[in-house]
Design a protein around this ligand. Sequence first.
Ligand SMILES: Nc1ncnc2c1ncn2[C@@H]1O[C@H](COP(=O)(O)OP(=O)(O)OP(=O)(O)O)[C@@H](O)[C@H]1O
Ligand code: SF4
Ligand SMILES: [Mg+2]
Length: 324
Amino acid sequence: MLLEVRDLHVEFRTRDGVARAVNGVSCQVAAGETLAVLGESGSGKSVTAQAVLGILDMPPGRITAGEVFFRGRDLLKLKEDERRRVRGAELAMIFQDALSALNPVLSVGDQLGEMFVVHRGMSKRDARARAVELMERVRIPGAAQRVRDYPHQFSGGMRQRIMIAMALALEPALVIADEPTTALDVTVQAQVMDLLAELQRAYTMGLVLITHDLGVVADVADRIAVMYAGRIVESAPVHALYKAPAHPYTRGLLDSIPRLDRKGRELYAIKGLPPNLMRIPSGCAFHPRCPMARDVCRTDEPPLHAVDEDRGSACHFWRECLDG
Ligand SMILES: Nc1ncnc2c1ncn2[C@@H]1O[C@H](COP(=O)(O)OP(=O)(O)OP(=O)(O)O)[C@@H](O)[C@H]1O
Ligand code: SF4
Ligand SMILES: [Mg+2]
């Protein structure tokens, strides 16, 4: 297994109290596999990714338990310099906001080239040639000329392509992309997502794709992990999950996106708001919003039940949910 996260817990200590942002996340990503991580705002998607990558703000954040095995090593036990080495070359990230992730005072060619100079010991000249190649690979028109331009001279979609090029430069085994297309308009979003999916296949790398948009992941992901209040509440192969969700929260998410096969049906909205992480509801954290909730849901926290050999649901009544 390329990445294996085991029982990860993260909390934030603030003046107002302790926010329990990640509460026992376990998941796996195989080589060449795309895992989509889905959930409403504040469900702990980014914090989980930051903890895995070793870029969590500590303090106020604190990893209170868990293990993160990447190619057999527990990243949480590595020293910072060892971890930084892994992060550049084997494990890369793509953020939502390319403008703040790129260096504004270096040309994109210099930024891309630097990866090859630092990590591969290339000459500046060779590194520049590789930078142009990479820009062509992510389909930036006129790459040979534009390699001298600065990040602000590119459109949002082109900047996101440059960030993808940076992430893929050293051919990492795993890329974690946190809402990589959210800041773009819809048509550009689709192009960038297609490009990412195409490169993921070409490099057979593992990809973790964080999004709150169930619509965009259907075509690109192999598996989906649905997060709620810092836990994975359902984990399943994409097609199985789309066909029949085994958790009422997943069902709510599915019913709230427009789908071609459900034309004419009214869109559903999950009632209420995600919980305050300083006061997570007892029992099943979803119970105040769940249309299927019963007494036991208020008192007993559901474990992740095995629905199938490669599928889990943290709902006491997953069978009923699955049956619709
Ligand atoms: N720097 C921080 N200081 C204090 N609390 C934080 C901090 N970062 C995150 N949190 C807490 O962790 C929770 C989960 O945040 P996270 O960024 O993981 O959400 P998310 O699922 O990525 O949401 P979004 O879809 O909005 O990006 C937040 O709601 C907040 O309570
Ligand atoms: S355990 Fe109960 S409250 Fe939680 S999702 Fe299942 S039915 Fe709903
Ligand atoms: Mg986030």
